[in-house]
Design a protein around this ligand. Sequence first.
Ligand code: OSB
Ligand code: MG
Length: 368
Amino acid sequence: IQLKEVTLHKLMMRLKSPFSTSFGTFQDKEFFVIEAVGESGLIGWGESVAFSSPWYTEETFKTNEHMLEDFLIPLLLENPVNHPDEVSERFLPIRRNNMAKAALEGAVWDLYSKQLGIPLAKALGGTKKEIDVGISIGVQDTMNDLIQLIEGYLEEGYKRIKVKIKPGWDVEVIKELRRNFPSLPFMADANSAYTLKDIELLKQLDEYNLLMIEQPLAYDDIVDHAILQKELKTPICLDESILSFEDARKAIELGSCQIINIKIGRVGGLSEAKKIHDYCKQKGIAVWCGGMLEAGIGRAHNIALTTLDQFILPGDTAGSSRYWERDIIDPEVTVHNGQIVVPDTSGIGYEVNREVLRSYTIETKTFS
Ligand code: OSB
Ligand code: MG
């Protein structure tokens, strides 16, 4: 695979409704669509997932731009790669900046599978024809708002509900939800809002039969999570703490979690995501695919990854209409009975709609 030209499309898309977590609220999403043109003339698409502020990890939309322009794109234009797995190897001299790396690597994976004429899911080794999905709901103003939202999403068929919690919006909320929905498969995501000082509060969550509690403690911790897991019946799922295969191996070894949320951007690309998946399968650790409020291209990559067989729990990859007035792909991603049908055409399996893409574009830059 030799890239002839890479275009960065700088986009701004507004979420239909703001999304709140323990660390902040999102509404406008700035990101890059990466268009990588191969020597064959075929096009691979990638999407950067860092947000505008460094709240979730240290990366931002602007650090992604800097890394892509000044380091990553030049490294790939220089020489061909034989396989997409070589992209992350080529990027090894560059520390972290995983979301920038993943955005470009994703475009190469799409191009590679298009050159082979097979779906990206198949190129990754995935076999599922449809995937199960859940939905992640941000912190709401009132309990009533939250209950109504959940009822709506259950009607749409989502297989599990994730609610965001934070100090002051936690035990009471979970208790009320369990009272209202006695058999609902649901879970809580704290996005690192607690410390071990809150252990009594976190232990109270054990009473509500949650599927898991996601990232309760610090974003860079695996030691305290291991201490906490010993005190809880509820499985801990790590998100922010897992940035690589090595992180996953160490967390599993320490007993810091029983479940891992794999996000392609957070771990630096599809090749690393697959490595983590394979290791978790070997160790009997369940995984699911997390989300970064992606537009259609990122969503398509998530769908392809989720076809791997250790993705045994429903992920956060909801339908396009949960986020956007009009997504940038055709067809848009739709969910029926809590499932997304995996496309069977080559590459990511969705067409980028140029007209819609242009309508959200602030700037484009081409490198060759
Ligand atoms: O922790 O998984 C998270 C959104 C923004 C930042 C972090 C997270 C989330 C979500 C939403 O939970 C996932 C999605 O619907 O894309
Ligand atoms: Mg999370």
